[in-house]
Design a protein around this ligand. Sequence first.
Ligand code: F3S
Length: 387
Amino acid sequence: MQLEPEDERVLAGEEGETRQRMLELLVALGKVFGAEQLVRIRSAQVSGASYKTIGEYGLQWLSTLDARAVVPAVLNPIGMPRGRWQEMGVDEDFAQKQQAVVAAYERLGIGLECTCTPYYLHETGFGDHLAWSESSAVSYANSVIGARTNREGGPGALAAALVGKTPCYGLHLAKNRRPQLVIRVQADTRDWSIAHFGALGYHAGKLAGNRIPFFSGITPDRDQLKALGAAMAATGAVALYHVEGITPEAVKVPFDLGGLETIAVESDEIRHLFREIPVDAVAVGCPHCSPAELEEIARLLKGKLVTMPLYIFAAQGVIEANQRVADTIEKSGARVFADTCMVVSPVMEQYEAIMVNSGKALAYVPDMCAAVARIGTIEECVKVATE
Ligand code: F3S
């Protein structure tokens, strides 16, 4: 692997043991995946932030590290909202351990945002190289923004944040970003909501597996693309997709689709996922809500009171920038929580059936929360939570 003189100095230990070990990890990863060089990154998003995931061993490992991030970096969602964990009903013992994990990352210079939507916080542009971990964020960065990131594991993303580079292989290279499958949606999608695109992603992820799909027949907006990609990364391993005439590479790159397998998807295959089953909680914000989604929820909740728990999840920075909207939502009795979500918080395990508007949550809630999952539009979620 070709390294720059500054990398050789780091490898020689001239910038401390932690950076040396982190660069050794990146070089080892690069060799495994055939990278010829490292590439500078614009930002990192680090998974392994929930105490539920990394446990005591991970916490101890983090406390052995001594370096600071050299690029903007955030954490993946954790098991609780940092400032409001009591209100969410999080166990005190878990909260203390979770706080210790966050403090360990803070000492390493990782920003205290725990979110799967880092693109709302740090400017990310077409062609930027990144080291992001969370699968929906990776999908959004690659597909909707046209940035370039592999799906990093926690240690790889942390190493990249501390070194400022990542091995250049996989989706960092244009030759690996071409479509491998065409999905032709044969349905009138003009009235489709975010939830319908999440349901399409739920179905399409199973069809695509780990291939790069190219969609035709749909015209989703950015929030709908977010839902589509998140679900495909959950039921499949899709880290990049293209949408004809919409996503940046589908517009800029003359892809040759000749010879690719083509699969048609019809309306019934999506609509049958919308089963009307009773639920005892509703959760919106998987991936974390955009400002537009928060506004939509506030509009729908205006003048209403919730009759069952309604959780809304968003990045702290997005909530703070839209505090009045969040306050309007909370007047109904719903709660707008940062840092966590319906899948990673242990609090959600108390419910037997949870309604979501997300194809990704539809896929994960049954296993991660041991609850039945129902998908519906934001309007339907609000209706169920307030009737
Ligand atoms: Fe984000 Fe949690 Fe969904 S991490 S994508 S809100 S499962």
